[in-house]
Design a protein around this ligand. Structure first.
Ligand code: COA
Length: 210
């Protein structure tokens, strides 16, 4: 029998994952679950309700889940709740991804179309490697981090847990991005970024706080 998977999160990332799963052809999508369900369906996939429906889905034989929440903290917290209910989290890698055989992808991580994972790249659990991101050889991305569309991480870059590398940002080889740091859209990162910092620009500098 085909394995079934529930998607938690019916927003933009949820729509991206519906398309990814359709391109993969499996597992079968059981439906969407969302904190604010509201709609009947998204891209033809039924919205089943909020998280209160999850125990029933498990009892009905749905064993797999993916977490379609862009915020890293919310994504990791939701993963812990669903793991406690017995769900498993496959790594979902779009068929168009160029993936070195030695590249590792952790559970619950999603890799969207046309991303590149180089030799010995290691992507941790519950990460997002977004459309067209290039993660070169020996890049390490830790739990919950997000590499946004079109970012370029050359050899040996380390991305700490829950960090966000913004769309189109690029880094010098070997730099480290600290836990929870944010690299703004289009930045050029020339040195290490401390944990929790928000940087942007070319070259990247700390951005003014709001
Ligand atoms: C860096 C970022 C988080 C800042 O967002 P924010 O806290 O809402 O900041 P604001 O938009 O209020 O901007 C604060 C200042 O930083 C500047 N700034 C914002 N983003 C910048 C960027 N990427 N590069 C350079 N400067 C930037 C603003 O112009 C503003 O400067 P000012 O005070 O002189 O006018 C956001 O702009 C960003 O780049 N996020 C990444 C988004 C992304 O790629 N998501 C992935 C989706 S798939």
């Amino acid at each position: 029998m085909a394995q079934k998977l529930v998607i938690l999160g019916a927003g933009g990332h949820g729509r991206a994952l519906i398309e990814l799963l359709r391109d993969l052809g499996e597992p079968e999508i059981a439906g969407l679950v969302d904190a604010a369900p509201g709609r009947e369906a998204v891209l033809g996939v039924p919205v089943l309700g909020d998280e209160s429906v999850l125990p029933g889905l498990r009892a009905a034989g749905v064993r797999l889940a993916c977490i379609a929440l862009g915020d890293a903290g919310l994504r990791l917290a939701a993963a812990a709740r669903l793991a406690a209910l017995g769900f498993g989290f496959p790594a979902l890698v779009h068929p168009s991804v160029v993936r070195a055989r030695s590249a590792e992808v952790g559970e619950g991580t999603v890799v969207l179309p046309r991303a590149v994972l180089g030799a010995a790249a290691r992507i941790g659990r519950f990460c997002i490697v977004n459309t067209g991101a290039i993660l070169e050889h020996d890049v390490v991305v830790e739990e919950g981090a997000h590499c946004a569309p079109g970012c370029v991480l050359p050899g040996g870059v380390r991305v700490g847990p829950r960090a966000l590398i913004g769309a189109g940002a690029a880094c010098r080889p070997q730099v480290s991005i600290g836990a929870g740091a944010v690299v703004g859209v289009g930045a050029a990162v020339t040195g290490d970024v401390p944990p929790g910092a928000v940087v942007g620009g070319v070259p990247a500098r700390p951005l003014p706080a709001e």
